[in-house]
Design a protein around this ligand. Sequence first.
Ligand SMILES: Cc1ncc(COP(=O)(O)O)c(C=O)c1O
Length: 471
Amino acid sequence: MDCQQLSDLLPVGGEKVTMEFFQELVNILMGYIFKSNQRSTKVLDFHHPHLLTESLEGFSLDLPYQPEAPEQILVDCGDTLKYSVKTGRSCHPRFFNQLASGLDFSAGEWLTSTANTNMFTYEVAPVFILMEEVLLRKMQCIVGWSEDEGDDIFCPGGSVSNLYSVLVARCHFYPEVKIRGMSALPCRLALFTSEQGHFSVKKSAAVLGMGSDNVVVVKCNERPGSRPTNSRPTAERKSATAICAAGLGTTQKLKGWRARKMIPSELETAIMAARVKGLVSFYVNATAGTTVYGAIDPLSAIAEVYHHNTLWLHADSLVLSWNPHKMMGVPQQCSAFLFKKKGLLQECNQLCAEYLFQSNKHYNVSYDTGDKNIQCGRHVDVFKLWLMWKAKPEHSNVCFWYVPESLRNLLWSPERNRMLHQVAPKIKARMIGYQPVGSNVNFFCCVFSNPATKEDIDFLLEEIDRLGGDL
Ligand SMILES: Cc1ncc(COP(=O)(O)O)c(C=O)c1O
């Protein structure tokens, strides 16, 4: 390679050396993708942190004082991928562990980082700002809101969407908090989520100064027949229930799956109990696709409770967090926050910094979205979803228990349960992560949005059975 150091690249250096360097990088990326796509490649070559920090096989994480040669930079790029998990994003057909998956829309991410711009003003991101507008209008339309009533923003993930939802709810009821702080509130506020709700609701309450203790956890229903009453041989692992979180793709729900959803009457009771304690109930978070079970809370029934009690509902008609980087398979990060009161987010966050948001620009400044969010600069998350919209991939979320052979003939008892709950952590150490839910410790939730075939799924189940054979 003619390039002696990275400063030889454009704009200082020439096109030839720039092309050579990036061509090499693309070769490394493509080599990684092709290798990841082979079933014989390990999903992860795991090393303990002390080994990775101690220059494993010459790969050093230390930062030198002198610039390294481009060849070394490329070697570092290769090593970084070598020790990374071959996720579904890099196309490994046997990565079932986390949500992000599928190679196709990485192209959108490549293009986005090449354009490397910022979503705070129209003048620096004209195409992406308009794309965001088009896409968010489509999403609003799917939700059922007209152009006049809906408003929206892309934000860094579901947790931040949840934070926004609490923020706008508080701004709606108590706008003076923006200036005067929490002392403007007449009393403590109570928030509600289900026991399967995501922890980011509590985190939002903590970040916004409301206190995580003031998030009331509402009971969920049980899955009919979820407690094993006697032995269930291999059928137990084969009777996995397929469900799907809310998203663009198909939503398939197996008949009879009515479990782990918020119980509306319990919400009503919790609101009464909060009132008795002197708290003002102002926000309820309902989930359309809970983290582990993928269950969808009964939104209409919950909406009735909130209308009754004048609350602000997240996920139904007022505020919605939609995360294409989960079940829709869009690369991290891609999350939209939609709400039904135009201008509220602007009102909530606007500070009119003059160096960015001059009102006398030569274009319509309502396209400068930077002042309606809690950040300053904002990453371009829209392009990969805009590309994906044309293809609409499918996915499913499969939850199952694994019962090792040694326990299959035991009748249900606390002792059997205790032994069963030791199984999943052992399987994780050998192969695949698990997602404990309450007392159901031995529980797996696999998201299939990677290119897995039926054989891959059989392989997964057989591996779990093989590795659990001696448990
Ligand atoms: C229901 C639900 N809400 C919010 C989140 C948080 O999303 P993010 O990781 O994008 O912040 C998750 C994450 O799994 C989730 O399952």
